[in-house]
Design a protein around this ligand. Structure first.
Ligand code: FAD
Length: 448
């Protein structure tokens, strides 16, 4: 039987981060990752949509194995099939038994396929992180014209935009009144929808896909509105469900969101087994209630927490803030924390500000675009709860700044006086700098 000090099941976003962190904190520990993907075949999960347009092939969207080997982490290509908690042994599909001191489950999530008639027809695809599957999808895309995307979340929008770049007719079907409605306030959703329509993507909201029609291949999608959309290919972008099969078989507790229950240190109900990433339960930073947020950035943060805690508790998880951005054409939208709607729904009394300025200064610098920041503060504590941003290429890093302000529970006054750097080519002007200006506007409202 093979033996290792730390065995990590999963080698995509979160697994390697656990390994690297474990090595940083326990440099003599033998760390082993077991994953299903062959050498050189771990896809950058967030890059999946861009394979279809911008990047072109799966080979250009790979997390290099040197991330593991360069950090003295062993990796095995295999599938973990069972955990014997008492003997502390993991069995694999090829018949191996691997003993561990500490085990980390980073087995991710599985794409949700909605249970409607026709979901098994040829040319129904989903966002599967698998090189062979994506190559088959690429081959099919060369032969189709009309694509229907079911689900108007950020993944659906990213696939829609990339498929448009291939010259296809793309329609997004979303059952809620707006795309991105679960992550943005309504006016920001409209910004994103308008950008999609400008790019020639059809958006059908308040419409549910009821059936996929066709004999062998997809031919159309029937909507709850009665409309039938012509389709040669259907892409389901409904999200993922936590992969809990191994954990369940091993008798580990499953939480309220049907993910593997973990404590604030990343431990499951077995003190020698940790779980992180899409497979692990999360709680909200704001309400401490279970959260359905699942992001690669969260998987990596959880990996850094669990990796440090394996042989002694050092880091505590305060809960997920949720910070991400996306791009439609060349326009970015992003958010961190709670929207105004979500904050109110969670019971906070809030004050919001909404400011705009060019993202370079003066606005005549080539490439300058309008930059809009909406900030949400809690009235009682004046602490920042969230921010939404739209503009150009800097959106992604601005939401990270907002996330840091939120995590540090900064008040509107502290945000208004936080020290930032500016440059004409890279940032808005220091005078109306949007994050501090937004905090000043909110302070005026908070005082009134
Ligand atoms: C199209 C798309 C775009 C996205 N864009 C973003 C983005 O822009 N930003 C962001 O933060 N998040 C994004 N996400 C979400 C992000 O991809 C996930 O949150 C992230 O991949 C979760 O990481 P993970 O390590 O928990 O699991 P995964 O990335 O799902 O990895 C699971 C790993 O476990 C392995 N595994 C599973 N079962 C077994 C087993 N039994 N034995 C051995 N190995 C096993 C798999 O082989 C894999 O290596 C996107 C997701 C998708 C689908």
């Amino acid at each position: 039987m093979d033996k290792t000090d730390v065995l990590i099941v999963g080698g995509s976003a979160g697994g390697p981060v656990v390994g690297i962190t474990a090595k940083r904190h326990h440099k003599d520990a033998k760390v082993t990752v077991i994953r299903k993907e062959k050498p050189g075949q771990v896809l950058v999960p967030c890059g999946l949509p861009y394979i279809l347009g911008t990047v072109g092939t799966p080979e250009k969207n790979i997390i290099p194995d040197t991330l593991l080997t360069g950090n003295n982490i062993d990796f095995i290509v295999d599938e973990a099939t069972a955990i014997d908690k008492e003997r502390k042994v993991v069995s694999t599909a090829t018949g191996k038994s691997i003993g561990y001191e500490k085990l980390v489950l980073a087995v991710g999530g599985l794409p949700i396929i909605i249970p409607i008639p026709g979901n098994d027809l040829k040319n129904v695809f989903c966002a599967k992180k698998d090189v062979d599957y994506i190559n088959a999808l690429l081959k099919t895309l060369d032969k189709v014209k009309d694509v229907v995307i079911i689900g108007g979340g950020f993944i659906g929008l990213e696939f829609a935009d990339e498929l448009k770049k291939r010259g296809l007719n793309v329609t997004i079907v979303e059952m809620l009144p707006h795309c991105l409605q679960l992550v943005f306030d309504e006016d920001f959703c409209s910004v994103a929808e308008n950008k999609l329509r400008e790019r020639g993507i059809d958006v059908k909201t308040k419409a549910q896909a009821e059936a996929i029609l066709g004999k062998k291949n997809v031919e159309a999608v029937k909507l709850s509105t009665g409309e039938e959309l012509r389709a040669d290919l259907v892409f389901m972008c409904i999200g993922v469900r936590p992969n809990t099969e191994l954990a369940q078989k091993a008798g580990l507790k499953i939480g309220d969101t049907k993910a593997i229950w973990v404590d604030d240190y990343g431990r499951t109900t077995d003190q020698d087994i940790f779980a992180i990433g899409d497979c692990a339960e999360k709680k909200s930073f704001f309400t401490k209630k279970p959260s359905n947020l699942r992001l690669a950035s969260i998987a990596c943060t959880e990996g850094r927490i669990a990796g440090a805690n394996l042989f002694g508790l050092k880091r505590r998880n305060e809960g997920v803030i949720g910070s991400f951005a996306t791009i439609i054409g060349d326009s970015g939208v992003g958010m961190a924390g709670l929207t105004e709607t979500a904050a109110k729904a969670a019971g906070f009394e809030v004050v919001a500000s909404d400011v705009k300025t060019p993202d370079k200064h003066p606005g005549s610098i080539p490439g300058a675009t309008e930059f809009r920041v909406k900030l949400v503060f809690e009235r009682a504590t004046q602490q920042i709860l969230g921010g939404q941003v739209c503009g150009g290429g800097t959106v992604g890093e601005v939401v990270n700044v907002l996330s840091a302000l939120i995590q540090n529970r900064m008040t509107a006054d502290a945000v208004a006086t936080f020290q930032y750097g500016t440059h004409p080519f890279f940032t808005p002007s220091p005078i109306p700098y949007p994050i501090v200006n937004g905090a000043e506007v909110a302070l005026t409202k908070l005082r009134s």
